[in-house]
Design a protein around this ligand. Structure first.
Ligand code: GAL
Length: 672
């Protein structure tokens, strides 16, 4: 069983294993069968109650907690802990019948209907009051149940309604603006409201950024993004504080969705005891292993000292893509080890038992419609057995080789309408820099601008368009103190209000660039520009061309053709004890990979194509994860001998991994 929780630690001496469990869809005999089968599968955590509001409060103020208590008792007796959900993500029909304006409104003024989920405006006082009341009843009536190990607040905040544009939202936005700016002139200045006669006389004149005839005001939109993320966070905090006041010994989380644009998870993570995330890679997408790794590196980085958990993934197939590719045998296990490799200590699924009805009935589960006589069930049992033996990983941390600077306000700002190129998409920029790292087995943390970077020898900066003076100064200090930064085009362009840092582009990063970025010339989709390196190599750039006047930096590559032939494409500059490399176009993967290999320096282990490699460490040992993403065997040279934690065998020389194979090599000494 899970022992009691100490803040800052993992709430169990073992890896969490299990999934969402929706007993309200089933009868008591099925609950008993579920408890017995969970035990058989090695399940030690079930997420219960996430969508139970209508069953817990069938009419306003009338409660029925008997059935849930019985389920928790059954799970407890079977040795299964519970992540108890607050049911606030899906209000019952009676709430929107009584208060139709609880339903959220889109930017074009369409009011959603009930009949799905997340059909509420987070700013509506009736939603807030009813949500807090059901959370309070839940905590008061069940908070001392011994099965509860974690509170699971809400579900995927903002997933379907990232922003609401109703009149309640408008009022809340004005309050938020008053607090942020104090007086309306400061807001006008921040938003550049002199443009197109947009000056406001009073905060009362401000509306949410609803649909407008032409290009909208970017400052207005950016603040609405901030406001919406803050509003959902305020709801999380309200629920958290209430739960904490009743059960201070139970850690609290809410499930993220990886690189989810509407919520600034760096801000959210500060308010959480531990982070968790939902990941649904598309088995038909060859990039899925890389995208999953990137997602998991982000989640680990949000709260760097505490392990995290996959809260949801599918065992086999989802049901919400047009065609739902199924995982091949071994793929579910391999994806689970990707999470463990990158710092997770919990492997959970949506969901335990496949629904018989409702819109997700064809979404796979740990226990499918056909019962236990399936290959999927065997995989579930086998994974449960393996994870049971890996408790020592719950105290091991990931050893990152570099950091990537990432920020939500930047993501929001750089993708607004009115940019030099709508083709510049933030996640594409991150993937561009992440791909060569993944292929080379280099592990990256993500860091928010302004975070202490001194632990990283190398920091990558993909298109950090929005950068405050303070954040820029922090990166300058990092370099001057000996760090290496690789900075891409369209970084340091605007301040926190999306106002341009005037002068050559780069703002607070200008002196790191090694030249003056005097203008930018985006390339058309599919257009390339030839890049010639000073050592004779040739490569290609796409998407973008910075026009840089040389000043003080060393030019590593120039454009070899086109109207800007001769202009620097890549520059390097010494700054204090450190150095920067500035990349003015989107170099092809091979060229960027070569550049990154150079700055990252010599490494112990040579990459093997298709095999992911990550190292975790504890005080006494290191764990090298090797994960074969290919449908064919891989032979991996080992830098040193060790013990395979999964098979128990001693391994040295070359490790032979079957298709989808995984190995965790434990060594008593630390290695990079
Ligand atoms: C998640 C959600 C779950 C379930 C799942 C299906 O986004 O949290 O409740 O709907 O998707 O893939």
């Amino acid at each position: 069983m899970i022992s009691s929780w100490e803040p800052g630690t993992w709430p169990a001496p073992h890896v969490l294993y299990g999934g969402d469990y929706n007993p309200e869809q089933w009868s008591p005999p099925v609950w008993r069968e579920d408890a017995a089968l969970m035990r058989k599968a090695g399940v030690n955590l079930a997420t219960v109650g996430v969508f139970s509001w209508a069953r817990l409060e069938p009419a306003p103020g009338e409660y029925d907690f008997g059935w849930l208590t019985e389920v928790l008792d059954l799970l407890y007796d079977a040795g299964v802990g519970v992540a108890l959900g607050t049911p606030t993500a899906s209000p019952p029909p009676w709430l929107t019948v009584a208060h139709p304006d609880v339903l959220p409104v889109t930017d074009s003024g369409v009011r959603y209907s009930p009949g799905s989920r997340q059909h509420f405006c987070v700013h509506h006082p009736e939603y807030q009051a009813h949500a807090m009341r059901i959370v309070s009843e839940l905590a008061r009536r069940l908070g001392d149940h011994p099965a509860i190990r974690i509170w699971h607040v809400h579900n995927e905040f903002a997933c379907h309604v990232p922003q609401c544009f109703c009149d309640f939202s408008a009022a809340a936005f004005r309050t938020w603006l008053r607090e942020r700016y104090g007086n309306v002139e400061a807001m006008n200045e921040a938003w550049g409201a002199s443009f197109w006669s947009q000056r406001y006389r009073d905060f009362d004149e401000v509306l949410p950024p609803r649909v407008v005839p032409a290009l909208p005001n970017p400052g207005h939109h950016l603040d609405y993004r901030r406001f919406s993320s803050d509003s959902y966070l305020a709801q999380y905090i309200a629920e958290r504080d209430l739960l904490r006041s009743v059960t201070s010994h139970i850690p609290i989380t809410t499930n993220y969705m990886g690189f989810f644009k509407p919520l600034d998870y760096f801000a959210w993570a500060r308010e959480q005891d531990l982070c968790s995330t939902d990941n649904y890679p598309d088995p038909a997408d060859p990039d899925s292993p890389m995208l999953t790794a990137m997602h998991y590196d982000l989640i680990r980085s949000l709260k760097k000292d505490v392990p995290w958990t996959v809260m949801e993934q599918t065992t086999f197939r989802v049901n919400w893509r047009p065609v739902n590719a199924a995982k091949v045998p071994g793929e579910m296990r391999r994806g689970s080890y990707q999470a463990l490799a990158r710092g997770a200590a919990g492997i959970l699924f949506f969901q335990w038992r496949a629904s018989a009805a409702g819109t997700e009935k064809f979404h796979s589960a740990m226990l499918g419609h056909a019962g236990t006589a399936t290959p999927g069930w065997r995989e579930v049992i086998e994974l449960g057995e393996e994870l049971h033996r890996l408790g020592e990983l719950t105290t091991a941390t990931v050893a990152a080789d570099c950091a990537i600077l990432f920020s939500w306000p930047n993501w929001w700002a750089v993708e607004q309408i009115g940019q030099p190129s709508a083709e510049l998409r933030m996640l594409e920029q991150v993937r561009w820099m992440y791909r060569p790292l993944f292929e080379a087995g280099v592990t990256a943390d993500f860091a928010a601008p302004g975070e202490d970077l001194s632990a990283y020898p190398v920091v990558l900066v993909p298109s950090l368009y929005l950068l405050t003076e303070a954040e820029g100064a922090s990166l300058r200090r990092y370099v001057e103190n000996g760090g290496t930064a690789v900075i891409s085009f369209w970084s340091g362009i605007v301040d926190e209000h999306d106002r341009v840092h005037l002068g050559p582009y780069g703002g607070p990063l200008r002196e790191l660039i090694g030249g003056d970025v005097v203008d930018v010339a985006p390339l058309q989709p599919g257009q390339t520009v030839e890049v010639a390196w000073t050592d004779g190599r040739r490569s290609a750039g796409t998407l973008w061309q910075d026009l840089v006047d040389e000043s003080g930096g060393e030019v590593l590559a120039r454009y070899a053709a086109g109207p800007w032939a001769g202009y620097p494409a890549v520059l390097s500059k010494q700054a204090g004890a450190g150095r920067t490399v500035y990349v003015g176009t989107r170099l092809d993967t091979a060229a960027l990979g070569g550049l990154l290999a150079q700055v990252l320096g010599e490494r112990d282990a040579q990459p093997t194509a298709g095999v992911e490699r990550v190292v975790r460490r504890t005080a006494g040992a290191s764990y090298e994860f090797l994960i074969n993403h290919r449908g064919e065997p891989a032979s991996v040279p080992l830098a040193a001998a060790g013990q395979d934690l999964l098979s128990g065998a001693t391994v040295s020389g070359r490790l032979e991994l079957p298709p989808q194979g995984v190995s965790i090599v434990r060594r008593e000494t630390e290695r990079r």
